[in-house]
Design a protein around this ligand. Structure first.
Ligand code: SAH
Length: 338
């Protein structure tokens, strides 16, 4: 039995029609779930008993559970327990301009980035679409806020779970569900080139962020195994094609690792690499973890790196840090639990 939150409205309509039910029932179901926030099919009072029975017999309305919440003034970090007992995380952040949530796309991750906590625990499985949708519903209900933007930057590699993530995006973007604007949704990938190409042809106005983290293959291969499969020239070519096709700017994430990718020379190489591209660099202060040998670059080093990029005409921002007091770094809550 598939969970009802796996379905886009169109998918549900098609399935109803195929089974001899009215297409319109999908709108009614969506209204109960996403507007009235009623999750017990027996309470869907404008749907007759026979149809409610069909829904109850053919679709699961089960929810994942909030296992634990860690809070700081500008952040709430959720640990969720899935129906099979697996655990994932999401982080809700409060900005001046609204709220954003960082959701997970897999249980664990197989990309093996050396500095990343999520990858220490190998991928167990992909998340189903409903498990991503419900992270947002539960966080929003717990915090009693509307979620304004969504970043798919939690545990997992979204382009290694492409179909489920695309359905997730379609659902939360639907005006009849959460109406999260495409420009308020960001998917972040370590650079799986064939999926970037597929994604650019979808015509969604969703933001793309790339975990670049190095200005050349030599450094990138040391910290990101994916660089062996897709060298930088291939990645950059795909991104240039993406920019031309979609006319959208790309975010280049660059986590500042002490002595690894934070030299002046790296800043110059990065500027050369990105010159003329409609892309901006988002410098990320590394969240140090107990388990791994990487250290964060100093504030001065980050400032200097920032200045060099600026001087070289590259657009650059430094990502704000949330929840220093709690285990806010990617995957830390989950790996602490395991
Ligand atoms: N797999 C996807 C999305 C999840 S990781 C991707 O690679 O983009 C989200 C971002 O957090 C990536 O840029 C990742 O490199 C970065 N990251 C991982 N561990 C981190 C840490 N300890 N501190 C700061 N950023 C980290």
């Amino acid at each position: 039995m598939r969970n009802i939150f796996n379905y886009t409205k169109e998918m549900l309509e098609n399935e109803f029609i195929q089974n001899g039910y009215k297409k319109f029932m999908a709108s009614q179901v969506f209204d109960w779930l996403y507007q009235k926030k009623v999750y017990d099919v027996n309470l869907f009072s404008n749907i007759n008993v026979n149809n409610r029975e069909y829904l109850g017999n053919n679709y699961s309305f089960d929810f994942i559970k909030i296992e634990k919440v860690e809070e700081d003034e500008d952040v709430k970090k959720f640990l969720f327990r899935l129906l099979d007992g697996q655990k994932i995380e999401a982080v809700l952040m409060y900005h001046d301009y609204g709220t954003s949530i960082c959701v997970s796309s897999q249980v664990g991750c197989n990309m093996g980035c050396k500095f990343c906590e999520s990858g220490r625990l190998k991928k167990v499985r992909n998340l189903e679409t409903y498990e991503m949708v419900q992270q947002i519903i539960l966080a929003s209900e717990y915090a009693k806020v509307r979620i304004d933007s969504v970043v798919i930057m939690g545990i997992g590699e979204p382009f290694d779970n492409y179909d489920n993530v695309m359905n997730f995006i379609k659902i939360i973007n639907d005006p009849k569900t959460m109406a999260i604007g495409a420009r308020h949704i960001t998917v972040s990938t370590c650079g799986i080139v064939p999926k970037i190409k597929e994604f650019m042809n979808l015509g969604l106005q969703v933001n793309l962020a790339i975990s670049l983290h190095a200005p050349n293959d030599e450094i990138r291969k040391k910290i990101m195994p994916i660089a062996n499969a897709y060298p930088l020239t291939e990645l950059i070519d795909a991104l240039k094609e993406y920019i031309t096709k979609t006319n959208r700017r790309i975010t280049m994430e660059y986590v500042m690792l002490d002595g690894i990718n934070d030299s002046e020379q790296c800043a110059h190489e990065l500027s050369d690499l990105l010159r003329g591209m409609n892309a901006y660099v988002n410098l990320i202060a590394y969240n140090e973890t107990n388990n791994i040998e990487f250290k964060a670059s100093s504030k001065e080093t980050i400032d200097r790196f920032f200045d060099t990029l600026k001087k070289r005409g590259i657009e650059v921002t430094v990502r704000r840090k949330f929840g220093n007091k709690i285990s806010a770094a990617c995957g830390q809550l989950r790996s602490k639990e395991m």
